[in-house]
Write a protein that binds this ligand. Structure first.
Ligand SMILES: Cc1ncc(COP(=O)(O)O)c(C=O)c1O
Length: 375
């Protein structure tokens, strides 16, 4: 069976985890601090704060941006449900906007239509690693006095206008789940250039504690901590951070390899008329976290049939990105909401296997099987 994805982990990651375990410091400590410093340097952001996953990153980003009950936050419905859930955790309401089918990212004109007096923020997703037009959304946020938060769960290593995602705005959240291009098992990071946000994020991820464990441990004087506000346990462990440091060193190399496979798919499918392939416009550099293809209406086979036939041939695929407003958790509250572009993108897209190292014969098998099923 050809899987849909696989994390690229080597003996180096295993050794880093092993060595960390033997130091005796296994949760948030020196390796987390090192991972943060290296991730900030990689993205070009001033600060980075490591947390347990991207959902908790988004939750904390919402809090420091001042999002709370009675506020509205505009986000795409076409995203993993964690995007909407992070807004919900604060008591605010996710307001779902349409996407541009060319890149699966928010449609700025549709977002603007949904802004009202309750709108507090825009949560911009770089879907499956394809950067959204950040400048356009920065303009929109500043015009309407809104906060802009980036959900870059899938976009580690992607760039927008020659700068890495993570460096463009005040709150950018990343995931290191195994489906992402680099992984720490689970894990997340928030990058920011805002010192006040940085300090508050560090407090909130560890129960609002005024002095962290490492500072107390290293102090020659007895210090007592205070808990300055109600915080959370959203810590990343040092074992995960040690793995993350190794993964980060490989990130650009991993992306280069992924892009080669994406190029192979592109070349093989570009003349099949019923397909709309991903497009990287100038200034938009995708890490190809996923390779998603949109099946136009003239496709001779339905998306679900295609997925089944691929599976029968030993190839795993996934449906297109979900729409949150049609999931049971949100369906009742959003009854009557129609987002035809998002719904169609979700129902008519298929994600093909993409991971490294992917054997040449497996790449060819995906290409041949997919092509023959579309004839
Ligand atoms: C767009 C998006 N946001 C948020 C998340 C949540 O990330 P995590 O699993 O690290 O909490 C995901 C995960 O798939 C995602 O794709």
């Amino acid at each position: 069976m050809i899987p849909i994805a696989k994390p690229y982990l080597t003996k180096k990651e295993a050794k880093a985890a092993y060595d960390t375990i033997l130091t005796g410091w296994i949760t948030q400590g020196p390796r987390v601090a090192e991972f943060e410093q290296k991730f900030a340097a990689y993205t070009g952001a001033k600060y980075a704060v490591a947390v347990s996953n991207c959902t908790t990153a988004l939750h904390l980003a919402m809090i420091v941006a001042g999002v709370g009950p009675d506020d509205e936050v505009i986000c795409p419905s076409l995203s993993y449900i964690a995007t909407a859930n992070a807004i919900k955790y604060t008591g605010a309401k996710p307001v779902f906007a349409e996407i541009n089918p060319a890149n699966y990212n928010l449609d700025a004109a549709d977002v603007e239509k949904r802004i009202n007096a309750k709108t507090k923020a825009i949560l911009l997703v770089h879907q499956i690693g394809m950067p959204a037009d950040i400048d356009r959304f920065k303009e929109l946020a500043s015009k309407h006095n809104l906060k802009l938060i980036e959900d870059a769960a899938c976009a580690a290593g992607s760039s927008y206008k020659e700068a890495k995602i993570g460096s463009h705005s005040e709150l950018v959240c990343f995931s290191f789940h195994p489906r992402k291009v680099i992984s720490t098992g689970d894990g997340g990071m928030i990058t920011t250039n805002n010192e006040d946000y940085y300090n508050r994020l560090r407090l909130l991820r560890q129960h609002g504690m005024s002095v962290n464990d490492r500072t107390r441990h290293e102090s020659s004087k007895v210090i007592f901590e205070d808990h300055l506000e109600v915080g959370y346990n959203y810590r990343l462990t040092d074992i995960q951070a040690a793995v993350g440091i190794q993964q980060l060193e490989k990130l650009d190399w991993i992306i280069a390899k992924r892009k080669k496979i994406a190029k192979r798919y592109h070349k093989a499918f570009k003349n099949i008329g019923c397909l709309q392939l991903p497009v990287e416009k100038k200034g938009y550099f995708s890490n190809y976290q996923s390779y998603s293809i949109y099946l136009k209406d003239n496709c001779p086979v339905s998306r679900n049939e295609l997925m089944q036939k691929m599976l029968d041939a030993g190839i795993s695929t996934r449906r297109g990105i979900m729409t949150s407003h049609r999931e049971t958790a949100y369906k009742k509250e959003y009854e009557g909401l129609s987002l035809p572009v998002s719904e169609k993108a979700s129902d008519q897209s298929i994600i093909l296997p993409l991971y490294i190292p992917m054997k040449e014969e497996d790449i060819q098998k995906v290409i041949d099987t997919f092509t023959s099923l579309l004839k």
